[in-house]
Design a protein around this ligand. Sequence first.
Ligand code: WT7
Length: 660
Amino acid sequence: MTEGQRATEKAAGRVASVMQESRVFPPPAEFSSRARIGSLEDYRRVYDEAARDPESFWHVRAQTLPWMKPYATVLDWQSPTAKWFVDGQTNASAACLDAHIAAGRGDKTAIVWIGEPTGERRTLTYRELLAEVCRCAAGLQKLGIKPGDVVSIYMPMTPELVIAMLACARIGAVHSVIFGGFSSEAIADRNEDAKAVAVITADGGWRRGTTLALKKNVDEALKKSPTVKHVVVLKRTGQPVDMVPGRDVWWHDLVAGMPADTPPVAMDSEAPLFILYTSGSTGKPKGIKHTTAGYLVWAKTTAEWVFDLRDDDLFWCTADCGWITGHSYVTYGPLAAGASVLIYEGAPNAPHEGRFWEIIEQEKPTIFYTAPTAIRSFMKWGMQHIEGRDLSSLRLLGTVGEGINPEAWMWFHEVIGGTRCPIVDTWWQTETGGIMMSPLPGCTPTKPGSCTLPLPGVCPEIVDAAGDPVDQGEGGWLVITKPWPGMLRGIWGDEERFRETYWSRVPGKYLAGDNARQDADGYYWIMGRIDDVLNVAGHRLSTIEIESALVSHPLVAEAAAVGRPHDVKGEAVAVFVTLKGGEPDDLAALKDTLRRHVRQQIGALAAPDDIHFSAMLPKTRSGKIMRRLLRDIAAGKETVGDTTTLEDYTVLAKLPGNDE
Ligand code: WT7
C-alpha cells in the first residue's frame, strides 16, 4: 500500500464531530446508596477485574446458572469463533424458571400482562409460568419436535409468546421469533432460510384498535415453506381462521391434559438457543445466531447491572419479543434474574395517547425501558396526556435502539422521570446479545446523548479504516477487540457473510457498523451507522448530530438527515423534518429559520441544503429511520431495495418527491 492509499484509507473511517453537549447529571445520592454498583470506584474495580482475567470473571458469574453438566473450559477463542463454557450443559428455561422455584420463589410474580383492549389483565407467578411452559413443551414434543429443530414464532405480545419461546428452549428447539407486524413474504423468507419445521402463531393480534390477520399471513407464507409441517394456533382475537387438517392445531387443544412437569433437556453451552433475523444494509435479512450458556450469562448479568434489579422491582421494557430487546430484556435477562416483568400487548396510542401513563399509574412499574422514537412520539402528542398522571413509582428510565437526541433526553428526564430517575442510554445490537455500553445508574454521571462507558467485559476501540486508533474526540469505526459471552456465534447458514460483515474490514476485531467518538472523559457517543455518514466538502458528518440540532428547535418533532449527490461539495445535506403542529403558512421562512438554527447549533458546514417537510418518516418496525430510502428520494431516484421491514408502506408514497 502506498502512503497516499494509506492516507485515503485512514481518512475513510474518520468522522468530524460538531456536537457540543456539556450538561452532566450525577446519579442521585439516594439511588447510589442502595445500588448494586454505587460508585465509579466500584465500577472501575469490576471493569479492571474483568479486563485482567476475563475467564475467572465469567466463571464466577456462570456459577449462577443451573448446570446439568459442568463445563471444562471457560473460553475457547479462535477468532472469529468463540465457545464459552465449553462442554457444559444447561437449559435456558430451567435457568429462567426451575431455578427460582428451587430457591423457594415460585410464588413471586413473573409476568403482569396488560392486553390492548381496556380491562384485560393477567398475572403469572413463576410456578404458573413453569407449568404453562411445561405443557407447551410437552405438546411440541408430541408433534415430534426435537432438539435442534427450528420453530418460527409469529405471535402477538401475549404471555403465550414468552411461553412459546421458553417451551422451545425447554426441549432444545431453536426459536426464530418473527415480529407480528411483518408480512407473509418476510415469514416465508425466514422459514426458508432457517428450514423451520413448525410455526407457532395466533388467529390474530390487537394493534391500535384493529386486528392483524396473523394466521392468514402464515397460511400465505406456508405456500412457500415446504419444511414447515405443523402450525400451532393460539386463540387470541376470535376472528375466523382456516385450519388445515393434519397440519394446524389449536394451542388449547395441544396443551390440554399435558403434564406440568416436562423435564428440561440438557443442552450444550454452545447449542443454538435462537435465531433472530435482522435486516442488513442491503440484501436479505441475516439470521443472527445466539447460543445457550454465554447468552444467558450475558443477558442476566447485564440486566442486573444496568437496571440495578431489586427483588421488589416491576420492570417494564416496552419492546416486542420480535426484537432482540424483547428476547434479552423481556424474557431471558429479567426472568433469569428472577424479576417481575410488565408486558403490554398493544400500541402506545390505543385507545388513547396516554395509554402508557395510565398503565404506569395503575401497575406502578419501577423501571421503564423504551425507545427514543417512542419518546419523540410522546413529546409530539403533548403534555395533556401526561399531566395529572401519577408516575411516582418510577425509579429508573432507559432507552435503546438509536441515539437519543439531547432534547428528547431532557424531556424524558424532566417530564417522565420527574428529574429524580437516572436514565440509562444503552448501546447494543442484535448481534451483541445484550447491553454493551451504558451508564450504571448508581454510579455513572450521565450526559444527554451519550451511552457513556463500556460494561465490564466489553473492550471497545475507535479506529480508522486502516485499523489504527483515532485521536480522542475524533469519530471513527467502533470495534470490540475481545470476545464476550453474549456475542453472536454466526449468521445462520452463512459463515462467509459472518466473517465478511463483522471480521474482515478490521481484521480480528468485531466491527459493530456504527461510528462513534470518545470525549475527554472517555465517554462514548454513537454517531450513526457507518453507511449513513454524510460527506460534505470532504468533511464526514454524522446523521445524529444534524438531527439532534433540528430536534432541538421547538417546532420540530423528528428529523432525518441524509446526503445527496452534489456537483461541488460531493454531498449536500438533505433533511426530512416532521413538525410538531401543522405546517405553518410560510414554509420558506421556516426553512430559513431551521437552516439558521442548525448553523448556529453546529456550524455552517452542517446547514441543510434541502429541507423536506413530511408528516411521517419511513421507519423499520423497530423504529429506526430508513435513511437508505430517504437517500434515494433525496437524490431523486426511485426507491429500491428491501422494504419488507418498513413500518408503514404508505409512508413511502406520502414522502415529498416520491410519486411512485
Ligand atoms: C443498532 C442496533 C439494541 C437493541 C435494539 C436495536 C443503534 C442501538 C443505541 C444507542 C445509539 C443505538 C446502533 C446499533 N443503537 N442502541 N443507545 N445509541 N445507537 O438492535 O436492531 O440490532 O440495532 O441500533 O446503530 O448498531 P438492532
